[in-house]
Write a protein that binds this ligand. Structure first.
Ligand code: ATP
Length: 280
């Protein structure tokens, strides 16, 4: 009998998850601010994400999502405040903090003249994980994503979706405790998007944590345990879907309606509701 994708994922995710002395919170942001000259891109965000949660981070264009994510991933230094990953402050213990993160940026840099397999070996080497077990794990993910037959082709020949799948695979090589991912579904075909959702679920079942930012609200609503909505660099709503429905005083609201209401696009929320009610 062939192994199901879920079972394959469970096998590949073995070993993910915290050690026994792990802190209950995977991610703690305290008062993080990012200023560019006089412009405040992120304006004092406080957030705690417990282990085992899929956390969604939403906001209108320019709200500060990518800036926040880059500060969590340790590629951008906050002007003020602290980022703590599994009990390790990024500013004072950067290696311990960063080794726990698998970061998948929205505008990644890939070495076009390497093959997918060479790139994965390069990433494994950076983490000191250049070993057969890492390659087997990576091959397993490539196979699930239908990318194994492209492993020896140059990245410059890859489509956008293939690059995204290679990056997701590379971010999991060192078995991080936290996946930080900006716009996970962009470029993925429906089967790959489904696999990624399953991967997130299996990953958190195994004790991992996911922090994701996306404009694809139905995906966020379907996969996230809790959600924060930011606007102009500050959190304006946070909680489970039920918490957010209570906040907007609408028991049946979906995430799109909630998003439009809390971000101040109520006119748009009415237009959307009207279209849904119409016979078209
Ligand atoms: P989108 O949904 O459009 O991707 P976002 O929420 O991810 O938006 P950010 O990319 O975090 O938004 O940008 C937040 C704000 O900070 C924007 O107004 C952007 O122009 C500004 N910004 C980002 N990087 C810089 C920079 N290096 N210098 C100056 N301003 C910047």
């Amino acid at each position: 009998m062939t192994e199901s994708v879920q079972d394959q994922l469970r096998r590949l995710m073995d070993g993910v998850g915290p050690g026994e002395d792990a802190t209950p919170d995977m991610l703690e942001l305290t008062g993080i601010v990012k200023r560019y000259g006089d412009f405040v891109a992120v304006d004092g965000i406080d957030l705690r994400v417990p282990r085992g949660e899929i956390f969604g981070f939403l906001g209108p264009n320019g709200a500060g999502k990518t800036t926040t994510i880059r500060m969590i991933a340790g590629v951008l230094e906050p002007t003020e405040g602290s980022v703590v990953i599994g009990g390790n402050d990024l500013a004072t213990h950067p290696v311990e903090a960063k080794s726990r993160i698998g970061y998948i940026p929205d505008r990644p840099f890939l070495y076009e003249k390497l093959s997918g397999g060479e790139f994965l070996r390069f990433v494994s080497g950076l983490w000191g994980k250049d070993e057969p077990a890492s390659e087997d794990r990576a091959d397993g993910l490539l196979e699930i994503f239908n990318l194994l037959e492209w492993k020896h082709e140059l990245i410059e020949t890859y489509s956008h979706g293939m690059r995204q799948k290679l990056l997701i695979t590379s971010a999991l090589i060192h078995q991080p405790e936290l996946i930080v991912i900006d716009e996970p579904m962009v470029g993925l075909d429906p089967r790959s998007a489904r696999i990624l959702k399953d991967l997130f679920r299996v990953y958190v079942e195994r004790g991992g944590t996911v922090f994701l930012s996306s404009h694809t609200l139905e995906v966020v609503e379907a996969v996230c345990d809790r959600i924060a909505i930011i606007k102009e660099g500050a959190i304006i709503a946070k909680g489970t879907m039920d918490d957010l429905r209570t906040l907007v005083d609408s028991g049946g609201a979906d995430l799109e309606e909630i998003f439009l209401k809390v971000t101040g696009n109520e006119d748009m929320a009415e237009v959307v509701a009207g279209l849904q009610d119409s016979s078209f």
